[in-house]
Design a protein around this ligand. Structure first.
Ligand code: NAD
Length: 353
């Protein structure tokens, strides 16, 4: 398996180094893994004047999977928009056609105290949100700001084709099949035609998955239910903008942003794997960051791109063990637990593996 390793900016290189340790440990046991590193984001701009250098894109295209740290930093905020680090990220997702974004929200019982909700509401939470990533109002045309009747108006187009909905529906049903066989499709079909089509296609696709129980929920209710009783959900599927908002809300259920991995997949299960957090410039370069979201992203890589569930579970269990042993980076530290640096946490996971 060829893995393109793109550390990016800020804490990116530190957390990715820990995930690479895990991959190297697996390779030492005989796993056939090739890794090659390339710059992206601000590092891409510094190296080649482009947040997604041509060579990085080429490497990512040729790889079976991409492991990404995070991009961005205050020193790049004044660059022209097309040169900003975040553009590199949006472009690589689009170029690799990564249309299905998988964001699990999982709460380790030991970390229930770190959630902003009551422990009994979130303890045992295990939710997967599948967000469509390359369509919707973020990409629909026409869009712009123009003068109409003597004032400026801003407009965007919420747009989904049947085929776009169908392909993400298949991914979501496939994931629900491997989980609790319950899929909740979230839209706003009472007001939006685009959502009406979304719902129709979900119902059509559900005929291919008779074992999965499909339900529908309006996005406003889904936002409320996620906070009120999140454990009612097993797998959710939703469009780009609703998924953007709901998955961030869901991430907070589980305490720290430093714990949550994500995957973005194309039609052939090639994927880009990355923590959901950003480059954390406030703690970058100090060996303080939590590397577990990135290590858990490697577990997702094994599950979804390499179809190696045993190794995926091994990595996840190693993380559970380290948490169980009471080792904590600063973001998840509580009284009575042991503080660890980023690299100590990585070493501990490798030992537990
Ligand atoms: P952030 O996620 O980088 O940081 C938010 C807070 O969480 C900070 O206090 C940070 O220290 C903490 N944090 C984040 N990850 C952590 C970890 N692994 N361990 C411990 N603490 C952690 O979000 P932000 O501050 O809004 O953005 C900083 C930069 O990251 C910006 O340039 C932004 O554009 C970029 N960003 C990139 C991505 C990405 O690469 N996918 C996502 C979000 C933001």
């Amino acid at each position: 398996m060829k893995i393109a390793v793109l550390p990016g900016d800020g804490i990116g290189p530190e957390i990715v180094a820990q995930a690479v340790k895990v991959l190297e440990a697996l390779r030492a046991e005989g796993a056939k893994i090739e890794m090659e590193t390339a710059p992206i984001g601000g590092a891409g701009y510094d190296a080649a004047g482009d947040p997604l250098p041509e060579a990085t894109l080429k490497l990512a295209r040729a790889a079976d999977a991409v492991l990404l740290g995070a991009v961005g930093g205050p020193q790049y905020d004044t660059l022209d928009r097309p040169l900003r680090p975040e553009r590199g990220l949006l472009r690589i997702r689009k170029e690799l056609n990564l249309f299905a974004n998988l964001r699990p929200a999982l709460l380790y019982p030991e970390l229930a105290g770190a959630s902003s909700l009551k422990p009994e509401v979130v303890s045992g939470l295990d939710l997967m949100i599948v967000r469509e990533l390359t369509g919707d109002v973020y990409f629909g045309q026409p869009r712009g700001i123009e003068m109409r009747n003597g004032e400026r108006v801003g407009f965007n187009t919420m747009l989904y084709s049947e085929s776009e909905v169908r392909r993400v529906a298949h991914v979501a049903f496939g994931i629900a099949m491997k989980r609790g066989k319950k899929l909740c499709s979230v839209e706003k079909a009472n007001v939006l035609e685009c959502s009406e089509l979304w719902k129709d296609v979900m119902i059509e696709v559900s005929k291919d998955y008779p074992e999965v129980e499909l339900s529908h929920m309006y996005v406003d209710n889904a936002a409320m239910q996620l906070i009120r009783a999140p454990k009612q959900f097993d797998t959710m599927v939703t469009g780009n903008i609703f998924g953007d908002i709901l998955s961030d809300a869901a991430s907070m259920l589980s305490g720290s942003i430093g714990m949550l991995p994500s995957a973005s997949l194309d039609e052939h299960d090639k994927g880009m794997y990355e923590p959901i957090h950003g480059s954390a410039p406030d703690i970058a370069g100090r060996n303080l960051a939590n590397p577990l979201a990135t290590i858990l992203s490697v577990a997702m890589m094994y599950r979804y791109s390499f179809a190696d569930l045993a190794t995926a579970e091994r990595i996840e269990n190693a993380v559970k063990q380290v948490i169980g042993e009471g080792l904590r980076t600063g973001d998840i530290w509580t009284e009575g637990t042991r503080k660890a640096s980023c690299s100590e946490m990585g070493d501990a996971v490798v030992r537990a593996l």
